[in-house]
Design a protein around this ligand. Structure first.
Ligand SMILES: NC(=O)c1ccc[n+]([C@@H]2O[C@H](COP(=O)([O-])OP(=O)(O)OC[C@H]3O[C@@H](n4cnc5c(N)ncnc54)[C@H](O)[C@@H]3O)[C@@H](O)[C@H]2O)c1
Length: 361
């Protein structure tokens, strides 16, 4: 079992490895009252690992993104109240990033905040969403528009849960893993380069090692910047491009992590174009690694996946809608070298367009 400390105002541990679910049960048994909010699919596949006994109240959430709706949040609160949870109770959140987002927000607001632990069951949730206390809901007007910061009091990640993920969901998590490698988490790049095939095959020991490396990176950035106002923004590497591509493709047409993979290649190309990238080999190295992780590297590949063209001009226009864009131009997180980024690089739109056009060839 690997343990990573997240040094926030109230520090907590992330446990990664076989047996993490049993540790989550131990943690929850320490409380008089507890309840579980779980993604329905994840619970059917892995809920038997969280054996709280028949008396523990359980509410199953709609699988995936549909859980992040206001009506579901309301149902969660009523369930917590009907289960007579008091302020000293513990809420257990079980599932992918979507289930954790709504469960975390339920915990943040019920009785002005109760403790919760996260038991992430997707790759993306284990390497990213479960750590750092960001919780959110979607509105018709956009994703994650309503939310709160509410740190969990423990995170329990068992890589065995990932063996049942659909290939598309696992690959989506790999996009974020590739981002962590570029941000320089503990020799992760070298580890992935030498074992990409074993990770794609979800070999358990390796997967645990990779999840722990990514979790350490996230823990470090969250500790440095709990409210996402500075250092933590490094985690947006590749995301300005990814969000714009997802917007042009339309909801659900391109899995987020695959858009992130292409976004990372575009961020590297833009860093070269803007004379920010100091290591000229990094772009090709990342492209090779993405390919061996079975991830796309060009807009053309994403357009094939979406079954529609993704014109560079439209992607550029969509970036103006991105919340990270300031009035004085387009702002990006751009790599300088492995493990180092410029957090707030301003680049002229014509240069961005040139990079987008090159990625469509
Ligand atoms: N709070 C944060 O810091 C943060 C960070 C990144 C992403 N997010 C959010 O996370 C969400 C995406 O999360 P995700 O990629 O985990 O997807 P997800 O939660 O939508 O889950 C994807 C699918 O996998 C299923 N699933 C879950 N666990 C499974 C398992 N072990 N085996 C088989 N199927 C399983 C789910 O039912 C769902 O159908 C987005 O809403 C995003 O906004 C939040």
């Amino acid at each position: 079992m690997r343990t990573i400390r997240v040094e926030t105002e109230r520090a907590y541990d992330v446990f990664v490895g076989a047996g993490a679910l049993a540790l989550a049960v131990d943690h929850a048994q320490g409380r008089q009252k507890r309840a579980v909010l779980a993604d329905e699919t994840a619970w059917k596949l892995h809920g038997n690992g969280l054996n709280f006994g028949p008396q523990c109240p359980l509410l199953l959430l709609p699988p995936g993104e549909p859980a992040k709706e206001t009506a579901v949040l309301h149902r969660c609160w009523e369930f917590l109240a009907a289960s007579e949870l008091t302020r000293d109770a513990l809420l257990v959140a079980f599932g992918g990033g979507a289930a954790l987002d709504v469960a975390g927000l339920s915990a943040a607001l019920y009785m002005r905040g109760i403790d919760w632990i996260a038991v992430p069951t997707t790759l993306l949730a284990q390497v990213d969403a479960a750590i750092g206390g960001k919780t959110a809901l979607n509105l018709r007007q956009g994703k994650n528009l309503v939310g709160a910061f509410h740190q969990p009091v423990g995170v329990y990640a068992d890589p065995h849960c990932l063996t049942t993920l659909r290939t598309s969901d696992f690959r989506s998590g790999l996009g974020e893993v590739l981002k962590c490698a570029l941000l320089g988490s503990m020799g992760l790049m070298e580890l992935l380069e030498s074992h990409a095939g074993a990770l794609v095959a979800r070999e358990l020991e390796l997967t645990g090692k990779v999840v722990a490396a990514c979790a350490s990176l996230k823990a470090r950035l969250v500790a440095a910047d709990p409210l996402d106002r500075g250092a933590r923004r490094e985690l947006n590497l590749g995301h300005t491009f990814a969000h714009a591509i997802e917007h042009v493709a339309g909801p659900g047409c391109v899995p987020h992590g695959l858009a992130v993979s292409v976004g990372l290649i575009l961020a590297l190309a833009l860093a070269e174009e803007a004379d920010i990238l100091r290591d000229a080999t990094l772009t090709e190295r990342t492209r090779r690694l993405a390919t061996s992780l079975d991830l796309p590297t060009s807009i053309t590949q994403l357009a094939q996946l979406a079954g529609k063209p993704l014109p560079p001009e439209e992607i550029l226009r969509a970036m103006d809608l991105d919340k990270k864009t300031l009035a004085d131009g387009l702002r990006f997180v751009l790599p300088r070298e492995l493990g180092q980024v410029e957090r707030d690089a301003a680049v002229a739109p014509r240069r961005v367009l040139r990079v987008l056009q090159a990625a469509c060839r």
